[in-house]
Write a protein that binds this ligand. Structure first.
Ligand SMILES: [Zn+2]
Length: 66
């Protein structure tokens, strides 16, 4: 799926194809695909934007909220 992310290095906001997100044992979100910033090429530095957070909430809990 496409998630709205923000690069922790250069602060660029960009839509990233992360594959299928899953949760690890600490309830942290894990992307299926590696996310690389299109501007500064930082790997694994991405942060969720507010839009990205609501996208994740919808993805993981959407069924419960219906
Ligand atoms: Zn960046």
């Amino acid at each position: 799926m496409i998630v709205n992310l923000k690069c922790g290095e250069c602060k660029l906001v960009f839509p990233a194809d992360v594959g299928t997100p899953t949760l690890d044992e600490k309830s942290s979100i894990v992307w299926e695909k590696k996310v690389i910033c299109p501007r500064c090429k930082a790997i694994d530095k991405e942060l969720l934007t507010e839009m990205g957070q609501s996208q994740m909430t919808q993805f993981f809990f959407g069924d419960y909220l219906k």
